[in-house]
Design a protein around this ligand. Structure first.
Ligand SMILES: *[C@@H]1O[C@H](CO)[C@@H](O)[C@H](O)[C@H]1NC(C)=O
Ligand SMILES: *[C@@H]1O[C@H](CO)[C@@H](O)[C@H](O)[C@H]1NC(C)=O
Length: 224
């Protein structure tokens, strides 16, 4: 609701519904501020419904903002695949975050590490959603999650990371493509993300919209 007014009609908005529109209390607004295309993938946890889309291309810039309706009590992962293309056999494959589905749709595949994961458990406890950005499977690009309509009961804070950790990656942990480091198997240096199991950082909120931003450089001032 907030998102539809905020992004108005200047933006290409795709509503990707499962079932009846309006029946869903929650939306994810996904924005790609990277200067390259990413292929977001969304994978449900077991016994959680798959969404009507599980993977799509998202061109750079806010003009390609996508809003996805999320069923109640959904839980799962969202991440970005990068450097994707069809191989010589026509199978879709990505250098980072690949789903092994051979198609743009990820189905119920999981991310091939290293990849930054945005994790959601909606309605986890007393109507509150839990959400976090995890580097436990490594890092490929920065992700921030921002609850847009929190009712103030929980800690409706932004979580995630806006730092390019590939440039800070120890050489033995780098995933290289040519001379570029495109992902890091051992990422750190982001206090609002889950870097390792000893330092869990989780947002708790009852929000009807979550803004998920890839490469959110403009949000860095809010991390202080
Ligand atoms: C944008 O992409 C170019 C490569 O095309 C890269 O060299 C540059 O660092 C990128 N800029 C940012 C801000 O990510
Ligand atoms: C949220 O969780 C509670 C407790 O498990 C459940 O009773 C309720 O139906 C859930 N709400 C939605 C919208 O699924």
């Amino acid at each position: 609701m907030l998102a539809t007014t905020q992004f108005a009609t200047n933006f290409v908005i795709l509503y990707l519904f499962l079932g009846i529109a309006g029946a869903y209390p929650t939306t994810f607004t996904v924005v790609n501020k990277c200067n390259h295309t990413v292929w977001p993938a969304i994978s449900p946890r077991p016994i959680t419904p798959m969404l009507s889309t599980t993977g799509f291309a998202l061109a750079p810039g806010e003009l390609s903002t996508i809003i996805i309706a999320i069923p109640p009590s959904w839980s799962g992962h969202l991440w970005a695949r990068t450097l994707c293309a069809n191989d010589i056999n026509g199978k879709f494959a990505c250098v980072t975050g690949d789903c092994s589905s051979s198609t743009v749709e990820c189905d119920d595949g999981s991310a091939t590490p290293p990849a930054t994961l945005a994790e959601f458990t909606l309605n986890a406890s007393s109507g509150q959603d839990f959400f976090k950005v995890s580097f436990l499977e490594g890092y490929n690009i920065p992700i921030m999650i921002e609850p847009k309509s929190g009712n103030g009961i929980g800690e409706c804070t932004m979580v995630g990371c806006d730092v390019d950790l590939n440039s800070l990656c120890p050489s033995e942990a780098k995933l290289m493509r040519g001379s570029d480091c495109v992902a890091c198997k051992n990422a750190g240096a982001c206090p609002l993300a889950n870097v390792d199991a000893s330092k869990m950082f989780q947002g708790i909120c009852d929000s009807t919209n979550y803004l998920i931003t890839f490469c959110p450089k403009t949000t860095s001032k809010r991390l202080v």
